[in-house]
Design a protein around this ligand. Structure first.
Ligand code: GTB
Length: 216
């Protein structure tokens, strides 16, 4: 059965792979599952047809026959459950991988998103510099803790799994900020994720959308 996900018709990140369809594309590539992409405009995202799939009018969504999903984490989890390659077979290792998926989305990503919100929406406020400082200190605290846990391991818990896929996806949002560079083992961890052939295929696919949209 055909699987279709949604992505930005024209991503505001300029093809840097920072929108959340990227992690879903990456998961598909890791497990070797073909997928199709329906591109949606900002306007279409808020219209009834898309709202029926995604109550908050966002991307990504996932459709397979009667099944419609939203939330990138839930979609990656679904892909990982349906196909071999992203979750270990051993029940305890599997539970730990799922724990890292939640850690990426619940513990790491919100502070990183706070920084983006501050930079995008609060830059004109008189308290902006102080706010940015507070948010970045919170990010550093989390990165420092994560860095201590990762140590000199390649991945967070044994073999690469869906926990790493989401953690690398989240940390990539700090690329260009300079903050990640303060933690060499985390920078190397992210680089290992980006070097995976599946990541590269997913990245190229989302970039192709942006290039086509720019030329059109
Ligand atoms: N919790 C949801 C999930 O994980 O799926 C969050 C989904 C979400 O935030 N989707 C964003 C969206 O649809 C796109 S990814 N926004 C449109 C809207 O809310 O109206 C977030 C994103 C957007 C742009 C960049 N960028 O330009 O760098 C990065 C990330």
């Amino acid at each position: 059965m055909t699987i279709t996900i949604t992505a930005f018709e024209r991503s505001p990140d300029g093809g840097k792979g920072l929108a959340r369809d990227m992690r879903v594309r990456w998961a598909f590539e890791e497990v070797g599952q073909p997928y199709e992409v329906r591109l949606v405009s900002f306007k279409a995202m808020k219209e009834p047809a898309h709202l029926a799939l995604h109550p908050f009018g966002q991307i990504p969504t996932y459709e397979e026959g009667d099944l419609a999903l939203f939330e990138s984490g839930a979609i990656v989890f679904h892909i990982a459950e349906r196909h071999a390659g992203l979750l270990p077979d051993d029940p305890n290792a599997r539970a730990r991988a799922i724990t890292w998926m939640f850690a990426a989305l619940n513990t790491m990503e919100p502070t990183i998103v706070d920084r983006e919100v501050a930079r995008l929406l609060e830059g004109d406020e008189i308290w902006y510099e102080r706010r940015l400082c507070v948010v970045e200190e919170r990010i550093r605290k989390r990165l420092s803790e994560l860095s201590d846990r990762l140590g000199d391991a390649d991945w967070l818990d044994g073999e690469f799994n869906a926990g790493d896929l989401l953690m690398v996806s989240v940390l990539l949002r700090l690329k260009g900020s300079g903050i990640l560079d303060e933690y060499p083992n985390l920078s190397a961890y992210v680089a290992r994720g980006e070097a995976r052939p599946a990541y590269k295929r997913a990245f190229d696919a989302q970039l192709a959308v942006f290039i086509t949209a720019s030329n059109g």
